[in-house]
Design a protein around this ligand. Structure first.
Ligand code: CA
Ligand code: CA
Ligand code: CA
Length: 436
């Protein structure tokens, strides 16, 4: 039970506290942010405001008033990305966390719905509340997900973390209210594995159950904004089952202030091809002092400081940490999948995420590929002649990794990686540079 204890402790440390900015549903929500946005106000996300005139981030494509406070969306070129895709409810992201406020006005339209547990049964009863496991998946009346702590369908978020993560990934965009998730349209499968007061021994077990539920119910992406410093063979086996199903797992690098190359953090650091490990940066593009880093173990950096998102009871507020950065990456992965229905394999998606980001030398020694998440690039590159096939991608990943270990000219490497993703020149094995 040592493992589970450390998982709990680590998660407790990771989970950040909502700032005082938390407020009732944004009173500004009624006001249109600009004439351009007001003109395009619609509940149909497909009918985006036509983009005219100059290009740039000042353009407002969606009419959600608090998008202007979301510096992370700006840094990752979300507005530009939304011209290429605003997501698709066919893409299912399993949010394994503390539950979520499923009545939140900015989340309710983007919740995953289990089609086998809605409608009327043969006796004319509502399947969502008939006390019957209508789809025979092992749990009863699981409409939007499952609560593995209470073993019921009540997804209430008593902490706030899960609601915040869900909103970053997929708060409804274009509804003239609150914020927009990175993927304005998506399906969020809410899998609750953690309560602030839940017993230590249960958390790892519930994580494994939640992963297996996500696999069984065919989620495309698992967002895991938690973790611990000790591995678990059961957890790894479940993630391996997810890997076999082609499911991408986006995992937090952790908030231990440490080098994950030396002190591993799980599930982010299991040696599986479907896991992408995410660290957090602030507005100045620097990795947060609290975030784990690692030039071998951490794949990509994304915004994670003072991030605005949804909170329980219909509120909005800010949180900080690699949890938030992880949710950004899940959102972009959802956009990539929405834009390209053929692209579903986790290792391919990881290629798009890690190779198309903005190269940033501030990430040298902190991340594997020196990349900062960029939503627009991740989508736009799909129109290029880049060809990521699984085998080649794996080879590239290995070669790039080996190269980044070398104390060589990182600037030229970065330039080369940015230009095209041809394998970096092979480098003889050199001692791994630990620390910074
Ligand atoms: Ca069921
Ligand atoms: Ca039922
Ligand atoms: Ca919204």
């Amino acid at each position: 039970m040592k493992t589970t204890n450390s998982l709990v402790l680590a998660l407790s440390m990771m989970i950040s506290t909502p700032s005082v900015h938390a407020s009732k549903a944004d009173p500004k929500a009624k006001k249109a942010p600009s004439k351009k946005a007001a003109a395009g106000r619609t509940t149909e996300l497909g009918k985006a405001v036509p983009v005219t005139g100059k290009t740039g981030e000042q353009e407002v494509l969606l009419n959600d008033p608090s998008i202007s406070e979301a510096w992370g969306l700006k840094m990752t070129s979300a507005q530009k990305a939304w011209r290429l895709s605003q997501g698709d409810r066919k893409i299912v992201v399993a949010v394994i966390d503390t539950g979520a406020d499923i009545r939140h006005k900015d989340l309710q339209s983007n919740l995953w719905t289990n089609s086998g547990e809605v409608g009327l049964d043969s006796m004319g009863r509502d399947k969502s509340s008939n006390g019957v496991d209508d789809d025979k998946n092992g749990v009863v009346d699981d409409v939007h997900g499952w609560n593995f702590v209470g073993n019921n369908n009540k997804l209430t978020d008593n902490h706030g973390h899960g609601t915040h993560i869900a909103g970053i990934i997929g708060a409804e965009g274009g509804n003239g209210y609150g914020i927009s998730g990175v993927s304005p349209k998506v399906s969020l499968m809410i899998l609750k594995y953690f309560e602030p007061n839940s017993s230590a021994g249960e958390n790892l077990k519930n994580t494994v159950k939640a992963i297996d539920y996500a696999v069984k119910m065919k989620a495309n992406i698992i967002n895991y904004s938690g973790g611990g410093i000790e591995p678990s063979s059961e957890e790894k086996a479940a993630l391996k089952r997810a890997e076999s199903a082609g499911i991408l797992v986006v995992a937090a690098a952790g908030n231990e202030r440490s080098n994950s190359d030396i002190h591993r953090y799980y599930p982010a650091d299991y040696d599986l091809d479907n896991i992408v490990s995410v660290t957090a940066i602030d507005r100045t593009e620097n990795v947060l002092a609290s975030s784990n880093y690692g030039e071998e173990t951490v794949d990509i950096a994304a915004p994670g400081y003072n991030i605005i998102s949804t909170l329980p009871d219909g509120k909005f507020g800010h949180m900080t940490g690699t949890s938030q950065a992880t949710a950004f990456v899940s959102g972009v992965a959802a956009l990539i999948m929405a834009k390209n229905p053929e692209l579903r394999k986790a290792d391919q998606i990881i290629k798009y995420l890690t190779q198309t980001g903005d190269t940033d030398l501030k990430l040298a020694g902190k991340t594997r590929y020196l990349k900062r998440l960029n939503s627009y690039n991740a989508l736009a590159m799909q129109n290029s002649d880049l060809n990521f096939n699984g085998t080649r991608a794996q080879a590239q990943r290995r070669e790039i990794s080996e190269t980044t270990k070398a104390p060589q000219d990182l600037a030229s490497l970065a330039k080369q990686m940015q230009k095209h993703i041809a394998p970096a020149p092979a480098v003889e094995e050199v001692p791994v540079q630990k620390g910074q």
